[in-house]
Design a protein around this ligand. Structure first.
Ligand code: CA
Length: 240
Protein backbone atom coordinates (compact mmCIF):
# COMPACT_ATOMS: atom_id res chain seq x y z
CA UNK A 1 0.00 0.00 0.00
CA UNK A 2 2.23 2.79 -1.23
CA UNK A 3 -0.43 5.42 -0.48
CA UNK A 4 0.05 4.90 3.24
CA UNK A 5 3.82 5.20 3.30
CA UNK A 6 4.91 8.61 4.48
CA UNK A 7 7.94 8.92 2.27
CA UNK A 8 10.65 11.17 3.57
CA UNK A 9 8.40 12.35 6.37
CA UNK A 10 9.37 12.39 10.01
CA UNK A 11 8.66 9.51 12.27
CA UNK A 12 5.78 10.76 14.37
CA UNK A 13 4.87 9.95 17.91
CA UNK A 14 1.08 9.73 17.88
CA UNK A 15 -1.44 9.43 20.71
CA UNK A 16 -4.57 7.63 19.52
CA UNK A 17 -7.55 8.14 21.86
CA UNK A 18 -10.25 5.69 20.78
CA UNK A 19 -12.44 3.33 22.82
CA UNK A 20 -13.52 1.10 19.93
CA UNK A 21 -10.77 -1.45 20.38
CA UNK A 22 -10.92 -3.05 16.95
CA UNK A 23 -10.73 0.32 15.22
CA UNK A 24 -7.94 1.48 17.55
CA UNK A 25 -5.95 -1.68 16.89
CA UNK A 26 -6.26 -1.48 13.13
CA UNK A 27 -5.35 2.22 13.02
CA UNK A 28 -2.40 1.68 15.36
CA UNK A 29 -1.17 -1.23 13.26
CA UNK A 30 -1.37 0.83 10.06
CA UNK A 31 0.46 3.77 11.60
CA UNK A 32 3.18 1.51 13.03
CA UNK A 33 3.64 -0.06 9.60
CA UNK A 34 4.26 3.48 8.35
CA UNK A 35 7.09 3.69 10.97
CA UNK A 36 5.25 5.88 13.49
CA UNK A 37 5.25 5.27 17.24
CA UNK A 38 1.66 4.98 18.48
CA UNK A 39 0.31 4.98 22.02
CA UNK A 40 -3.35 4.07 22.45
CA UNK A 41 -5.64 5.40 25.19
CA UNK A 42 -9.25 4.22 25.51
CA UNK A 43 -10.42 6.84 28.01
CA UNK A 44 -9.89 10.56 28.58
CA UNK A 45 -8.23 9.73 31.91
CA UNK A 46 -5.68 7.50 30.24
CA UNK A 47 -5.10 10.08 27.48
CA UNK A 48 -4.45 12.82 30.06
CA UNK A 49 -1.98 10.57 31.86
CA UNK A 50 -0.06 9.83 28.65
CA UNK A 51 -0.07 13.51 27.67
CA UNK A 52 1.51 14.36 31.02
CA UNK A 53 4.33 11.91 30.39
CA UNK A 54 5.07 12.34 26.69
CA UNK A 55 5.41 14.94 24.03
CA UNK A 56 3.34 13.85 21.03
CA UNK A 57 3.54 15.08 17.44
CA UNK A 58 -0.19 14.51 16.92
CA UNK A 59 -3.29 13.44 18.85
CA UNK A 60 -6.04 11.48 17.08
CA UNK A 61 -9.04 12.01 19.31
CA UNK A 62 -12.43 10.26 19.30
CA UNK A 63 -15.39 12.42 20.38
CA UNK A 64 -17.47 9.89 22.32
CA UNK A 65 -15.36 8.32 25.05
CA UNK A 66 -16.55 6.35 28.11
CA UNK A 67 -15.57 9.07 30.57
CA UNK A 68 -16.54 12.16 28.57
CA UNK A 69 -16.14 14.05 25.35
CA UNK A 70 -13.02 14.46 23.24
CA UNK A 71 -14.05 18.09 22.71
CA UNK A 72 -13.32 18.69 26.40
CA UNK A 73 -9.80 17.30 26.13
CA UNK A 74 -9.09 19.33 22.98
CA UNK A 75 -10.21 22.48 24.81
CA UNK A 76 -8.02 21.60 27.82
CA UNK A 77 -4.93 21.17 25.66
CA UNK A 78 -5.54 24.51 23.97
CA UNK A 79 -6.16 26.26 27.30
CA UNK A 80 -2.77 24.97 28.46
CA UNK A 81 -1.22 26.20 25.19
CA UNK A 82 -0.02 22.71 24.27
CA UNK A 83 0.61 23.10 20.52
CA UNK A 84 0.09 19.44 19.52
CA UNK A 85 -2.03 19.06 16.36
CA UNK A 86 -5.41 17.42 17.12
CA UNK A 87 -7.41 15.38 14.63
CA UNK A 88 -10.93 14.60 15.89
CA UNK A 89 -12.67 11.36 14.92
CA UNK A 90 -16.40 10.96 15.21
CA UNK A 91 -19.35 9.00 13.95
CA UNK A 92 -21.46 12.13 14.07
CA UNK A 93 -21.54 14.37 11.08
CA UNK A 94 -23.64 17.37 11.92
CA UNK A 95 -22.68 20.96 11.32
CA UNK A 96 -22.97 21.63 15.08
CA UNK A 97 -20.39 18.93 15.88
CA UNK A 98 -17.99 20.14 13.25
CA UNK A 99 -18.19 23.64 14.64
CA UNK A 100 -17.92 22.39 18.24
CA UNK A 101 -14.84 20.35 17.31
CA UNK A 102 -13.05 23.20 15.62
CA UNK A 103 -14.13 25.67 18.33
CA UNK A 104 -12.74 23.40 21.03
CA UNK A 105 -9.31 23.65 19.44
CA UNK A 106 -9.17 20.62 17.16
CA UNK A 107 -7.21 21.24 13.97
CA UNK A 108 -9.16 18.89 11.76
CA UNK A 109 -12.17 16.63 11.81
CA UNK A 110 -12.63 13.18 10.28
CA UNK A 111 -16.06 11.51 10.13
CA UNK A 112 -16.33 7.73 10.67
CA UNK A 113 -16.18 5.56 8.72
CA UNK A 114 -13.09 6.78 6.88
CA UNK A 115 -10.35 5.20 4.79
CA UNK A 116 -6.99 4.75 6.49
CA UNK A 117 -5.36 6.66 3.62
CA UNK A 118 -7.59 9.62 4.48
CA UNK A 119 -6.37 9.58 8.08
CA UNK A 120 -2.74 9.51 6.93
CA UNK A 121 -3.36 12.35 4.49
CA UNK A 122 -4.89 14.49 7.27
CA UNK A 123 -1.99 13.72 9.62
CA UNK A 124 0.49 14.80 6.97
CA UNK A 125 -1.44 18.02 6.41
CA UNK A 126 -1.44 18.73 10.16
CA UNK A 127 2.33 18.23 10.33
CA UNK A 128 2.85 20.65 7.48
CA UNK A 129 0.82 23.22 9.40
CA UNK A 130 2.77 22.72 12.62
CA UNK A 131 6.26 24.00 11.85
CA UNK A 132 7.00 24.80 15.49
CA UNK A 133 6.86 21.12 16.39
CA UNK A 134 9.87 20.40 14.17
CA UNK A 135 12.61 22.97 14.57
CA UNK A 136 15.27 23.29 11.92
CA UNK A 137 18.74 21.89 12.41
CA UNK A 138 20.09 20.82 15.76
CA UNK A 139 23.82 21.49 16.00
CA UNK A 140 25.96 20.09 18.81
CA UNK A 141 29.67 20.81 18.31
CA UNK A 142 30.41 19.37 14.83
CA UNK A 143 27.32 17.13 14.83
CA UNK A 144 24.39 18.40 12.75
CA UNK A 145 20.98 16.71 12.92
CA UNK A 146 18.39 17.91 10.42
CA UNK A 147 14.87 16.79 11.43
CA UNK A 148 13.28 18.02 8.20
CA UNK A 149 15.60 16.06 5.94
CA UNK A 150 16.29 13.41 8.61
CA UNK A 151 19.98 13.56 7.87
CA UNK A 152 23.01 13.55 10.13
CA UNK A 153 26.51 14.84 9.54
CA UNK A 154 29.52 14.58 11.81
CA UNK A 155 32.54 16.78 11.11
CA UNK A 156 31.01 17.62 7.74
CA UNK A 157 30.63 13.99 6.67
CA UNK A 158 27.17 12.42 6.18
CA UNK A 159 26.33 9.54 8.54
CA UNK A 160 23.90 6.84 7.37
CA UNK A 161 21.31 5.91 9.99
CA UNK A 162 18.35 3.60 10.26
CA UNK A 163 14.99 5.07 11.33
CA UNK A 164 15.39 4.00 14.96
CA UNK A 165 19.04 5.04 15.17
CA UNK A 166 18.07 8.43 13.79
CA UNK A 167 15.15 8.84 16.21
CA UNK A 168 17.40 8.00 19.17
CA UNK A 169 20.15 10.36 18.04
CA UNK A 170 17.68 13.19 17.39
CA UNK A 171 16.27 12.71 20.90
CA UNK A 172 19.71 12.78 22.54
CA UNK A 173 20.73 15.81 20.45
CA UNK A 174 17.61 17.73 21.51
CA UNK A 175 18.58 17.12 25.15
CA UNK A 176 22.29 17.79 24.55
CA UNK A 177 24.23 18.37 27.76
CA UNK A 178 21.57 16.66 29.86
CA UNK A 179 21.49 13.11 31.12
CA UNK A 180 18.69 11.08 29.52
CA UNK A 181 17.38 8.14 31.53
CA UNK A 182 16.31 4.91 29.88
CA UNK A 183 12.64 5.53 30.70
CA UNK A 184 12.69 8.94 29.02
CA UNK A 185 14.53 7.54 25.99
CA UNK A 186 12.18 4.59 25.59
CA UNK A 187 9.18 6.92 25.97
CA UNK A 188 10.41 9.26 23.27
CA UNK A 189 11.81 6.79 20.77
CA UNK A 190 10.01 3.52 21.32
CA UNK A 191 6.26 3.08 21.74
CA UNK A 192 4.43 1.59 24.71
CA UNK A 193 5.25 -1.95 23.53
CA UNK A 194 8.86 -1.32 24.56
CA UNK A 195 10.10 -4.03 26.92
CA UNK A 196 11.79 -2.32 29.90
CA UNK A 197 13.78 -5.49 30.63
CA UNK A 198 15.38 -5.60 27.21
CA UNK A 199 18.77 -4.05 26.45
CA UNK A 200 17.60 -2.57 23.16
CA UNK A 201 18.49 1.02 24.14
CA UNK A 202 22.06 -0.01 24.98
CA UNK A 203 22.31 -1.88 21.70
CA UNK A 204 21.15 1.17 19.72
CA UNK A 205 23.37 3.55 21.69
CA UNK A 206 26.43 1.44 20.83
CA UNK A 207 25.40 1.41 17.18
CA UNK A 208 25.03 5.18 16.92
CA UNK A 209 28.19 5.66 18.97
CA UNK A 210 30.15 3.58 16.44
CA UNK A 211 28.79 5.77 13.66
CA UNK A 212 29.04 9.17 15.34
CA UNK A 213 32.10 8.91 17.56
CA UNK A 214 34.70 7.73 15.07
CA UNK A 215 38.33 7.55 16.20
CA UNK A 216 39.98 10.97 16.23
CA UNK A 217 36.75 12.84 16.96
CA UNK A 218 35.66 14.18 20.37
CA UNK A 219 33.36 11.55 21.91
CA UNK A 220 29.84 12.98 22.08
CA UNK A 221 27.83 10.07 23.45
CA UNK A 222 28.56 9.26 27.07
CA UNK A 223 27.31 6.57 29.41
CA UNK A 224 26.36 8.03 32.77
CA UNK A 225 26.62 5.14 35.16
CA UNK A 226 23.34 4.32 36.87
CA UNK A 227 21.56 7.22 35.14
CA UNK A 228 21.49 6.77 31.39
CA UNK A 229 23.14 8.48 28.45
CA UNK A 230 24.18 11.98 27.54
CA UNK A 231 25.13 13.60 24.28
CA UNK A 232 27.62 16.15 25.51
CA UNK A 233 30.67 17.60 23.74
CA UNK A 234 32.05 18.98 27.04
CA UNK A 235 32.47 15.71 28.89
CA UNK A 236 35.74 15.09 27.08
CA UNK A 237 37.32 11.70 26.73
CA UNK A 238 35.14 8.84 27.83
CA UNK A 239 36.64 6.95 30.77
CA UNK A 240 36.98 3.25 30.10
CA1 CA B 1 -16.13 6.22 20.85
Amino acid sequence: MTATTIEGADQLRVLLVEDEHRLAESLARGLREAAHAVDVADTLASARQKLELERYDAVILDVNLPDGSGFGLAAELRKRAIPVPILMLTARDTVEDRVAGLDSGADDYLVKPFAFEELVARLRALQRRAPESRPTRITVADLVVDPAARTVTRAGRPVEMTTTEYALLEYLARQAGQVCGRAAISGAVWDENYDPFSNIIDVYVSRIRRKIDQPGLTPLIHTVRGAGYSLDPTRGIRPG
